[in-house]
Write a protein that binds this ligand. Sequence first.
Ligand SMILES: [Zn+2]
Length: 125
Amino acid sequence: MKIEFRKVPFTAKDFTSSLASVKLEGTFCKISPLLIKVDALLVGETTADCCRCGVEEHITIEEKLDFLLSDGIFNDTESEDLVIEVENHTINFDEIIESELSSLKSDYHICQECLQNNNSIEKEF
Ligand SMILES: [Zn+2]
């Protein structure tokens, strides 16, 4: 889903955007002419590789995602919020979902089997 920056209202608006097997849903609204606040939940399923044995496993995603969208370069270095800079004055939720998914996939992930092996090793000692 894409939306023009200037079309986003100052009052919170519901949105849902889905990509493959995940969807991002929540609300967004402008908090200044160049900033949009997004409160959303990323839910769905994806696959991640186990960092021990490399096996690919299905994982369920349920991630709270709160961030700001900046129309162009964001200069406030004091801000502690996650800020995503938007290009061409257009918000592309598909890209946001995609980048979030790839960061989830690159997270440290251990498959069920390795987890169980881990537990049984711990029990022996
Ligand atoms: Zn594994």
